[in-house]
Design a protein around this ligand. Structure first.
Ligand code: GRF
Length: 206
């Protein structure tokens, strides 16, 4: 049985597109059955609709900062679709213990750095400012700490002379699209039970 999966987005949805493409394969162990956006009109919503996947927009603004109430509405939508696994893909809201606890061990996030380096925002700018030679992306389980959960997959890319935050972001993003579907497949097929070691490590030359 393919695991019933939802993807939470706030924006353009390129990682969502990578997950949807992987799930086109009937042998892929996760089926994406719902896309939830907290931003009305987010680009990813159109991608989901084009793929025939139901979407729901649960705008956080009418909740006036009541994060738990906003998440309760999200949980209700996830429950209504009998969702088992959740992928955060550019979902730009801080989570509360409600959603984190509900999906403990069943919720993944993709982050554009080699965690534990550069948690939080502006990762590419910070990597350039720090002068690192390699940068990358991480898929990790979601826990209450920001970008802190056990790591499931990482990919590294070189930082090249003349890189800007934009050129570096594009190089990293291409790898995000590789490792996120692979990481979800591991979780969905029950092979992600040993979060003490990253199960995927991809690297691009040099
Ligand atoms: C990605 O860089 C992801 O790592 C970060 O937010 C960005 C989302 O991009 N969490 P997209 O919406 O998947 O294109």
């Amino acid at each position: 049985m393919r695991r019933r999966t939802a993807v939470l987005i706030s924006g353009r949805g390129s990682n969502l597109a990578a997950l949807l493409a992987a799930a086109q394969d009937p042998n892929y162990p996760a089926d994406i059955l719902l896309v939830v956006s907290n931003v009305p009109g987010a680009g990813g919503l159109a991608l989901a609709e084009a793929a025939g996947v139901p979407t729901v927009t649960i705008d956080h603004k009418p909740f006036h900062g009541d994060r738990a109430a906003h998440e309760a509405a999200i949980v209700e939508a996830l429950d209504a679709a009998a969702i088992e696994l959740v992928c955060l893909a550019g979902y730009l809201r801080k989570l509360t213990p409600l959603l984190v606890g509900r999906y403990a061990g069943r919720m993944l996030n993709i982050h554009p750095s080699l965690l534990p380096a550069f948690p939080g925002l502006h990762t590419h700018e910070r990597a350039l400012a720090a002068g690192v030679k390699r940068h990358g992306c991480t898929v990790h389980f979601v826990t209450e700490g920001l970008d802190e959960g056990p790591i499931l997959a990482q990919a590294t890319v070189p930082v090249l002379p003349g890189d800007t935050a934009d050129t570096l972001a594009a190089r990293v993003l291409a790898q995000e699209h590789v490792i996120y579907p692979r990481a979800l497949a591991l979780l969905a097929s029950g092979q992600a039970g040993a979060p003490d070691k990253p199960l995927i490590q991809a690297a691009t030359a040099p």
